[in-house]
Design a protein around this ligand. Structure first.
Ligand code: FEO
Length: 386
């Protein structure tokens, strides 16, 4: 696949993977992108997961024929991109490995000192001329690891963006909704590092970019403003869509009953979108994604072992860990003898910035009574006020 006349795609699709990064379900597989820039000198942009290392080397050979790469540019040391570096180093003993200063100890820790003498460290603004193409390196710490660099080719106006602008899903699976799996990927993997992602966007603003080549997901060539706008919203923890997410756990169905009633009441009160997640049964990364997408979140759970039900505990912990902020939150608690779920949920969210708690809270004492229904109606009205 040609990205431009001189830039070719040599990445791979992974349909064998069960969990990306050991935790994310990827029903459409995963792509590990790699690119070759063919010029007077040849540069390969990143490697791939080692399970596909030989296929990747074949792709390179099929693309450049008898020629040999002069450089392997390692933008990110996470093994989904770097674990085939040793295979490459062995096959191409004269190629130089170009990486950030912070990657040097990492490459040593992963591969020993075998090819350390062939590594050249680069930093902010350093350049690498290939002939017609001139590459400039831009540091992007914590998008998604501290050593990350992205690379700008000023000739073809291409940004090699590392994990930024990536998404779940292999490239041979059709997906006409980029944002859905890109959002789940972003908030799961990079979401904690909004300020750092924003800093990269600020640097990117100074570049004339016509194509974005990420390390996962499709190459982005058209309507780049759409993707950049979404990244601006996501990295600033802004509200992308109006609506209410209700995340719940239910042991015997009573909390679920209240949740479904609230959904109905929200819709009757004109809420533009209500999304419900049963945290014990859903893919939690979808619930996390939507908690960041929409502006309002209702947390409904039971009191359990003097705290809250385990799936809700994990959900709130994950939100707080990912710097959840700038949202309206409402609480529904259920308990038969000593309900204290709302208090526990609030204490878990204590460190999150700029959360507004609804005035109406719903307290269920075992089952949904007419009094509970009244509380649900008041809450629905409050959440639909604006
Ligand atoms: Fe795609 Fe952070 O590795």
């Amino acid at each position: 696949m040609n990205i431009t006349n001189d830039i070719k795609y040599v990445g791979v699709n992974d349909h064998k993977i069960d969990l990306f990064e050991g935790q994310y379900v990827v029903p459409d597989g995963m792509a590990y992108n790699s690119y070759v820039i063919v010029d007077d000198k040849i540069a390969v942009m990143d490697s791939v997961d080692v399970n596909f290392g030989n296929l990747w080397l074949e792709n390179i050979e099929n693309t450049i024929g008898e020629r040999k790469p002069d450089y392997l540019i390692v933008q990110h040391m996470e093994p989904d991109h770097s674990s085939s570096v040793a295979l490459f180093a062995k096959k191409y003993p004269h190629a130089e490995i170009v990486l950030s200063e912070k990657s040097v100890p990492m490459i040593k820790n992963y591969f020993g000192t075998d090819f350390l003498q062939r590594c050249t460290a680069v930093g902010e603004g350093d350049t690498l001329p290939l002939g017609k193409h001139n590459l400039t390196f831009v540091t992007a710490p914590m998008v998604h690891w501290p050593e990350v660099i992205v690379t700008y080719d000023s000739t073809d106006k291409v940004l090699f963006s590392a994990d930024a602008f990536g998404k779940f899903g292999a490239l041979d699976v059709e997906d006409d909704d980029w944002a859905c799996e890109a959002r789940r990927y972003y908030f799961g993997i990079v979401g904690k590092y909004g300020p750092q992602a924003k800093a990269l966007l600020e640097k990117a603003k100074t570049l004339d970019i016509q194509t974005i080549c990420p390390l996962h997901g499709p190459v982005l060539k058209e309507n780049l403003g759409y993707y950049i706008d979404l990244y601006n919203t996501w990295s600033s923890y802004g509200v992308e869509s109006e609506g209410v997410v209700i995340a719940y756990t239910s042991v015997y169905g009573n909390t679920k009953k209240a949740v479904l009633e609230l959904k109905e009441r929200l819709e009757q009160n004109g809420c533009p979108k209500v999304v419900v997640f049963d945290l014990a049964r859903c893919d939690m990364s979808e619930a996390v994604e939507d908690a960041f997408r929409y502006g309002k979140l209702v947390l409904a759970t039971t009191t359990y072992n003097s705290g809250i039900f385990p799936f809700m505990r994990e959900f709130i912990f994950t939100l707080a860990e990912h710097n959840y902020q700038n949202r309206t939150i409402a609480f529904i608690e259920n308990g038969t003898w000593a309900p204290n779920a709302t208090k526990t949920m609030k204490s878990m969210l204590e460190k999150c910035k700029n959360l507004i708690y609804s005035q109406n809270e719903v307290k269920i004492l075992s089952s949904v009574t007419p009094e509970v229904s009244e509380q649900l109606e008041s809450l629905a009205k409050e959440l639909c006020k604006e």
